[in-house]
Design a binder for this molecule. Sequence first.
Ligand SMILES: [Zn+2]
Length: 453
Amino acid sequence: MRAVRYVTEALNHLSDEEIHQIRETKLINQLKYCYRNSEFYQKKFKEVGIVPQDIRSIEDYLKLPVLMDKDQERLSQQESMERFGHPFGMHLCASPDDIALTATTSGTTGIPTFTYTLAQQDLDKVSDGVASMLNYARISQGDRMLFSHALGVYATSAVLPGIRQAGILPIDVDVRAGTEAILQYAKMTNPQAAMMTPSLAEHLIGKSLELHQQPVGDLNLSALFTVGEIAISIPEVKQKIEEAYGCRVYDWIGPIGGTIAYSCDSDDYHGMHCVTPDYDLYPYDLVDPATQQPIDIVNGAIGEVIYTSLDRLAAPMLRMASGDIVQVFTTPCPGCGFKGMRVKVVGRSDDMLIVKGVNVYPAAIKQVITTYAPDVTGEMRIVLDQEPPLVKPPLKVKLEFGPDMDRNALPQLEARIKEQLSRNVRVNPEIIWCPPGTLEKSMAKTPVFEKDY
Ligand SMILES: [Zn+2]
């Protein structure tokens, strides 16, 4: 199997120490640049009581407090709207005239944040990252790609220029046009690849049969790219989608409009390979989401990823809390041999629960549960007796047993599941069994809470 490679070709010939050195030099330059060009960052440095020259290494830098989160990004935007009549925030380091692309995320409050605000040079880097992913999946010049996300000012649109730059024709059907339109365009244009959320990919499997009496395998895709949900890291979901479409699914992520990471050609999922270590520090900076204390970067470490740009002109981020909980892997990929870092998204910091002092991520529980299918259906609910994140033990988990499961065998199954959860997630839950079909099927892959307070 071909190994995934870094986007910047020269990095493929350097040692880890040399790459670390390059990141350090870029970080120091980025700090000086932000300080010179933004009042916001001048204020931040002042609050911490330092100037950029005080930071001489990545290790020095990681000792700083978290400097920004979504709420502060919104405040920064509000201030720039009031003072300068633009929504790009006081952390904008370039002239608004130099913005080549802007895209937003809405998050939980519904007020959009213009996190993906890019100068042409920033956009070119993202496009190089996207092109390298498509190239790895053997999608190339002259191919067509069904692109079905929310179009317009939304974050995924920022990858469209990269698709075009690679010589690939996007068939960009807004997801809000509905599944019927998406399938119709797919049938008419015969794309070699498609890009969408995993839940849409799963949904189309049934819809294609229902509307056209044709399996999605008849689309003859060579590659499917999915983003935005925890799904492909669950072996059953990856297998189901790959079997239905008859092609490899590549799980990818493009956080905060900078870095690109994607999964390799392996049958097993080995996380998303971080191919742009020279774009940002991702995922080298992890903290405990409850205390914001740094977490040591060792193989398998889990924490909230803190984002820092290394080479960005328009709206660089410095120690920005992303809310994404990831697990990092520092050893070479067992599948393809990629030597850089890999990440698995574990959940969101808002979903985190604390049980007996242990941080518990519902998505991690779900990953364990789904490995017991078909003895379980995979549907689950976490019953909360009080406002999270604190949970009075034991954590209550509702599980559906599978349709063919013998009820007399449930105690043994329960014992095995509990042992696995204790080992992998460090939690000893109380399991409440439900007959199949009693929990409403959730489209989202992150488990749903049932509030009992
Ligand atoms: Zn790999």
